[in-house]
Design a protein around this ligand. Structure first.
Ligand code: ZN
Length: 294
């Protein structure tokens, strides 16, 4: 083969490679950004997710166990009208880097062992990072771990997160984060505690945060009005039709154990079926409820 022909073939193959990667990349999936605004059209109404444990001291086998329960409960919750499709799952270590823990070590009691170091590292994120930085960091680590094609195929990345943030779970862009473990009351004199969430509790949060990514707002939101006392909130929750929905703050998370769990109820199911399902099939802008369910 002549040198010119060889060069021509190399150039052609590079062109093909560029063309094929351009064809694969979609602004509607997780490969190009952390917050796509649209869904890719599809033949079956599947919610395609990449499940990730990030610095959460979990193995891929742990993630698979959570995945199984999440799929079961998701499909039951949507009456099988929308299926959860887990594109891939992976456990990833925290990004390497120097995190100065000195200040935290002085501030939080009982923090001189390696276990405490891990704990302080999780809390370091709470004080030194934010949600935008955490998701960008996870995205970068996923790319390093060879997950580009999974990201290209996924509608969302659901993360069991060692890095702590405000709240137990949170959804932003195409990311939903659930703390695992959760650091509790570290500001108290005894230094608080590390709470390892059960699989059932993790799935409860995945259903909730994943629900936001499918367009659901909180149900019974009016019961959480700042002006209401704790007692008034309880009373309101007793009569709100959406109180037992997984999207409600009325739900008693402590009761999520064994076979007991919260799912989507009448109003949220209706939205998922009438609005989210067609948006998944036809593609286009990701929906979000204009009016939350009661
Ligand atoms: Zn929420």
């Amino acid at each position: 083969m002549s040198a010119i022909k060889a060069l021509y073939l190399i150039a052609l193959s590079m062109l093909c490679f560029t063309a094929s990667t351009t064809a694969l990349a979609s602004p509607c999936t997780m490969g190009e950004s952390t917050g796509p605004r649209c869904f890719e059209p599809r033949l079956v109404p599947n919610f395609r997710v990449l499940l990730v444990a990030y610095g959460a001291n979990m193995t891929t086998a742990d993630v698979q166990r959570v995945e199984k329960l999440y799929k079961e409960r998701f499909d039951l919750s949507t009456d099988g009208k929308i299926h959860l499709e887990v594109i891939d799952r992976i456990a990833v270590d925290l990004a390497p880097g120097t995190r100065d823990l000195t200040e935290l070590r002085n501030k939080i009691k009982g923090t001189d062992s390696q276990r405490a170091n891990d704990r302080l590292t999780r809390l370091w994120y709470y004080y030194n990072s934010d949600l935008h930085k955490i998701t960008a960091e996870i995205q970068s680590e996923l790319l390093k771990a060879g997950m580009k094609s999974a990201l290209d195929a996924a509608d969302a990345v659901l993360v069991l997160s060692g890095p702590q943030f405000e709240g137990i779970g949170i959804a932003t862009g195409g990311y939903a984060l659930t703390e695992q473990p959760s650091e509790i009351a570290w500001g108290l004199a005894d230094g608080g505690a590390t709470e390892i969430n059960t699989d059932e509790r993790l799935v409860d949060e995945l259903l909730h945060e994943g629900g936001h990514l499918l367009g659901l707002d909180h149900t019974s939101q009016h019961c959480m009005d700042d002006k209401l006392s704790l007692k008034e909130r309880e009373e309101c929750c007793k009569t709100s039709p959406g109180a037992k929905d997984v999207m409600s703050y009325c739900r008693n998370r402590a009761s999520v154990a064994g076979p007991n769990y919260f799912g989507y109820t009448a109003c949220t199911k209706d939205y998922l079926e009438k609005v989210t399902l067609p948006a998944l099939l036809n593609g286009g802008l990701r929906p979000f409820q204009e009016k939350a369910c009661d």
